[in-house]
Design a protein around this ligand. Structure first.
Ligand SMILES: Cc1ncc(COP(=O)(O)O)c(C=O)c1O
Length: 393
């Protein structure tokens, strides 16, 4: 049965645990890219302490000196159990998985399996900027099929794009972001079935980045792409990295549908040397024992979403914000503020608050900014205050 994130998971809200002083001691990208007077609400790192099972797994490895190479299928087994429990999906077969260093390198490896140099890779803009950078670095061609004005996949646009990119009989892939970063859109079973039908019709291979899958709010339902009719030829990338804040502990899983198993089997064995053994231990512990922590986080994120909605209505009513059903990212339409194509630049310069610029998210990103709401309510309030201050200059 699907477990509904609930305030009563028994765990304290991890978004209430840290102070600005403790966060400033962090040395990762979020807290060290900008000078000290800038409040960072950009890159997808969360301002939370780690789940206790993750700490135990990592410190246990340190105590044992257990820092060698990864082996075995514990991560995949933990993900399969999590998928059964949270998404009612028992189709994640451990023998159709492979560990990869992280989700983006996994995306690259999957695209290598199903496309060749110069082949098109369709993405739904606006979308996570590394989709452009990694695909281009791989020498594939990014083709945009923009989301509709409602932030959802537009089947007509997708169909036209698939038709166009396959007209020359090239191999083509579709890099699906599910749930979608930056809008937080959770694709429905019907939408994903329509995607799969189009992919079959045009011979497009689907690679689904499902890194945000555990971060779906109560009331919404994540549907694994491989679980929908027609999804059997799909390849998915999953990881505990976003939901448990483990980006610094590299490890992810590639998962093949039944009809993509032979493709995944062609992935070179050496790719599996990339993930860190300690990363695998941490991700496995998160999925296996970190669900109460995750439920507390989801309840906290929901409260922050409501807080942000109220703060924007009060201080920046010209910003349009449609709270997503997943992720901890808020996609802010700032065009009503008349700040030009890059409002994040204005917020940074005049308000000393760092959001992501919408521009690198591709078509649909101009005039937008992405705010990371996985922080304390106090810092979220301060971020909006600073954004409002920037406008008075
Ligand atoms: C959609 C999406 N894919 C991939 C990543 C990065 O994952 P990894 O660090 O495992 O490559 C992120 C990080 O925010 C993301 O939002």
């Amino acid at each position: 049965m699907t477990r509904i994130p609930h305030e009563t998971s028994g765990e304290p809200n991890p978004l209430h645990a840290l102070t600005p002083e403790l966060l400033r001691r962090r040395t990762s990208m979020k807290w060290r890219t900008y000078p000290e007077d800038v409040l960072p609400v950009w890159v997808a790192e969360m301002d939370v302490p780690l789940a206790e099972p993750v700490v135990r797994a990592v410190t246990g490895a340190m105590e044992r000196g257990d820092t060698g190479y990864p082996v075995g299928s514990a991560y995949a087994e933990a993900l399969a159990a999590f998928a059964r429990q949270r998404w009612d999906w028992d189709g994640l077969a451990v023998e159709r998985t492979a560990i990869v260093p992280d989700v983006m390198l996994g995306v690259v490896e999957m695209l290598k399996l199903v496309t060749g140099p110069g082949d098109p890779v369709v993405v739904n803009s606006p979308v996570y900027p590394p989709f452009y950078a990694f695909v281009r670095h791989l020498d594939r061609r990014v083709v945009e099929a923009p989301l509709g004005a409602d932030g959802r996949i537009d089947p007509e646009v997708l169909k036209d794009t698939f038709r166009r990119v396959t007209a020359g009989r090239e191999r083509a892939a579709y890099l699906l972001c599910s749930p979608h970063n930056p809008t937080g859109t959770v694709h429905t079973a019907d939408e994903l079935s329509a995607v799969a039908a189009l992919a079959e019709r045009y011979g497009v291979r689907v690679v689904a980045d499902e890194i945000h899958a555990p971060l779906v709010l109560a009331g919404a339902r994540f549907v694994p792409y491989l679980s929908v009719p027609g999804g059997e030829r799909g390849l998915s990338l999953m990881s505990a990295s976003k939901a448990w804040n483990l980006a610094g502990l590299k490890a992810a899983l590639a998962v093949a549908g039944p009809e993509a198993a032979a493709d995944l089997a062609r992935m070179p064995e050496e790719v599996g040397h990339g993930p860190s053994h300690v990363g695998v231990l941490a991700h496995t512990a998160a999925l296996r024992e970190g669900t109460a922590w995750l439920d507390a986080l989801l309840a906290g994120l929901d409260a922050n979403r409501r807080l942000l909605t109220g703060l924007l209505a009060e201080h920046l009513p010209a910003i349009r914000y449609r709270p997503g059903e997943a992720t901890y990212l808020a996609w802010l339409d700032c065009r009503g503020l008349d700040l030009g194509d890059d409002p994040a630049e204005v917020f940074l310069r005049h308000g000393r608050v760092a959001l992501n610029s919408g521009l690198p998210f591709g078509t649909g990103g101009a005039g937008h900014a992405r705010l990371n709401l996985a922080t304390t309510p106090g810092l979220l309030t301060e971020a909006v205050r600073r954004m409002a201050v920037a406008l008075r200059r």
